[in-house]
Design a protein around this ligand. Sequence first.
Ligand SMILES: Cc1cc2nc3c(=O)[nH]c(=O)nc-3n(C[C@H](O)[C@H](O)[C@H](O)COP(=O)(O)OP(=O)(O)OC[C@H]3O[C@@H](n4cnc5c(N)ncnc54)[C@H](O)[C@@H]3O)c2cc1C
Length: 358
Amino acid sequence: MKTIVIGGGIIGASVAYHLAVRGAEVTVLTDGRPGGVATAASFAWINAAPGNTRPYFELRMKGILDWLRLQHELGDRLAINWNGSLAWTTDHAAMADAFAAHASWGYPTRMISSAEAARQEPSLSSYPDQAAHSPLEGSLSPSETARALLDAAAERGAQVSADAVRSIVSRKGRITGVQAKTGEIGADTVVLAAGVACERLAAGVDVTLPMANRLGFLAQSAPLPPTLNGLVLAPQAHMRQNADGRIIVGADFAGGPAPDDEEAAAEALLASVRGLLANGDDIRVDRHTLGLRPVPADGLPVIGPVTQAPGLYVTVMHSGVTLAALVGRLAAEEILNARPVDLLAPYRPERFGHPDMA
Ligand SMILES: Cc1cc2nc3c(=O)[nH]c(=O)nc-3n(C[C@H](O)[C@H](O)[C@H](O)COP(=O)(O)OP(=O)(O)OC[C@H]3O[C@@H](n4cnc5c(N)ncnc54)[C@H](O)[C@@H]3O)c2cc1C
C-alpha cells in the first residue's frame, strides 16, 4: 500500500515508522526540518496523571506501555528517562484525594513523605511534607525522538522529504494524494499528522476538524551536570532535565496567553528553578520557546479514517508525546488491516460532524 504521511513531528514520525515496519510504501512530507513544530517546543512528559476521564486515562496508560514496547524494538536509539515524577501543590488535602482516586484506577502513584521525596530527588533545596510519587512516568527529548523514528522508518524504506503540502487531493469523492510544492504525489492513504496545520489542510477537502490550540511557554537552562532524577512538578514550576543536561521549565501546564516580555518570563521561570534547587544559584537562561499545542476542540485526540473522505486518516492531539508510540502502532494497524481498533472508538474524526450536515 502506498501511503503519504504529512508531518515529521513525533506523531507523523511514529506513524511512518510503524507503517514502514509493516511493509507499507511510505513517503513523509514535512514543510520544515524533521522533528516537528509543537514537538520541538514540548515539555515532553509521558504520563497518565490525574485530570482525565477513565477511558482517556486508559489510553494514556497504554501510551506509556507502548513507549516501553518501542524501546524493546529500537533499543538505545530511544533515550527515555523513566525515573518517574514527584508532584506537590499548595493544597495537600485536595491533592492527596485526587491521587488516592487515581491510585484506585490502578495508577502506580502514592503520597510519600519528605524523607522519601529527598531520596527520589536529592538535589532540591526543601521538600513538602507530602508529595505524590508516580514512578511510571517519564520524559524524552522530543525532536530527537521524532528524528530517531524517522531514521528508523527510512532504514525500512520510507522516504522523508522536506516538501510542503499545499493541499490534499480529492477525486470522485476519494482522497488520491497531495499537491506538494514539488508537484502532485499519489497515494492509497494520506495520513494527516500536521499538528496545528491539520485544521486548514482538512478544511481543504471539506473535513471539519475544529481546534482550540493553546500556547505554551518554556525556558531552558544551559546544559548542567546531572541534577534532576526525574520530573519535578512543584507549585512554582514544572521542571525536568533533558538528556543534553538542560533543565526545561514551564509554569502553567494548561497554557495561557503569550508573555508580554518573553525574556523576563524566561528569567522568572529560571528564578523558580534556582529557588527549588539546593545548588541552583548559578543556573542561567539559555533559550526559551513559545509553542502552540495542537488541541482538538473537545480536548481529546482525533485519530482515525475520515468516512466522508475515504483515503484520509487523521492523527492530531495534545499529549502527542505521551501517545505517539501507541497512536503510531494503532494507526498503522487500522490503515493496513482496514479493521477498526476498538480502543480508538471515542476519538474518531466524525464526532465533529460534516459541514454539509450542519
Ligand atoms: C509547551 C508545550 C508543552 C507540551 N507538553 C507536553 C507534555 O508534557 N506531554 C505530552 O504528551 N505532550 C505535550 N505537548 C503536546 C505535544 O508536544 C504535541 O501533542 C505533539 O508534539 C504533537 O506532535 P505532532 O507531530 O502532531 O505535531 P508537530 O510537532 O507540530 O508536527 C507537525 C508536523 O507537520 C508539518 N507540517 C505542517 N504543515 C505542513 C504542510 N503543509 N506540509 C508538510 N508538512 C507540514 C510540520 O513541519 C511538522 O513536521 C506539549 C506541547 C507544547 C507546545
